[in-house]
Write a protein that binds this ligand. Structure first.
Ligand SMILES: C[S@@+](CC[C@H](N)C(=O)[O-])C[C@H]1O[C@@H](n2cnc3c(N)ncnc32)[C@H](O)[C@@H]1O
Length: 195
């Protein structure tokens, strides 16, 4: 039987970025309060968040996409250890080239930060009308609000992209987004109600 603490230890030892505890608690609370049953995740890493989300309730189904082969294999192994093969569907591939059918109550975007707008635009068609797209890492370890403290060119470009994404959400007329200063910065975006 799998053990959540062992996943956390593995992630730490192997420097695999996984959702912070505070962010995860927020996600689980959201899932329970909103009666979420179908979840699509972009970016599985070792399956930590997908396994935790599936464990929130016995009737939850998760589909998660991972493009890194090693990470994908690790997720497959961990999902098996938790006996969740019937409820966590792991897809190997680049989420930007993958076609997913069906509608989800929740889409959790937690993959390459530079591509967040593309993921959002591509996968909004898979969102139920009353569902939510949740994005993690919007503070990027506190750096997004303090770009002057960054010296590396690549990092600066990445932070610019994260801030562009935030801007995209703020100005988006189709969706209403609430930003939470929790974990590494979380956004919850829902379709604006058309009256
Ligand atoms: C932050 S980690 C995911 C952490 C995981 N959601 C968790 O909290 O346990 C991001 C993962 O997204 C994957 N990734 C990045 N770009 C991707 C893409 N275009 N399609 C699928 N996976 C991607 C990376 O290989 C990495 O494993």
């Amino acid at each position: 039987m799998g053990c959540i603490t062992n996943l956390e230890i593995y992630a730490k030892e192997n420097k695999v970025p996984i959702i912070q505890k505070e962010g995860l608690n927020f996600l689980i609370k959201y899932i329970k309060e909103n009666n979420v049953k179908n979840i699509l995740e972009i970016g599985s890493a070792i399956g930590y968040s997908s396994i935790n989300m599936a464990l929130a309730s016995d009737d939850i189904q998760v589909t998660t996409i991972e493009k890194n082969e090693k990470m994908y294999n690790e997720t497959i192994k961990n999902v098996k250890d938790f006996n969740l093969e019937n409820r966590v569907n792991v897809i190997y591939g680049d989420a930007l080239d993958t076609t997913i059918q069906g509608k989800y109550d929740l889409i959790f975007i937690d993959a390459a930060k530079a591509q967040y707008i593309k993921f959002f635009e591509k996968y909004k068609q898979n969102l139920q009308t009353n569902g939510a797209i949740i994005t993690d890492n919007l503070n990027f370890h506190g750096l997004a609000n303090h770009p002057e403290e960054i010296h590396s060119k690549n990092l600066k470009a990445l932070v610019r992209k994260i801030n562009n994404y935030k801007d995209f959400l703020i100005k988006n007329k189709e969706f209403h987004t609430i930003f939470y200063e929790l974990g590494d910065g979380i956004a919850v975006s829902k379709y604006n109600k058309m009256d």
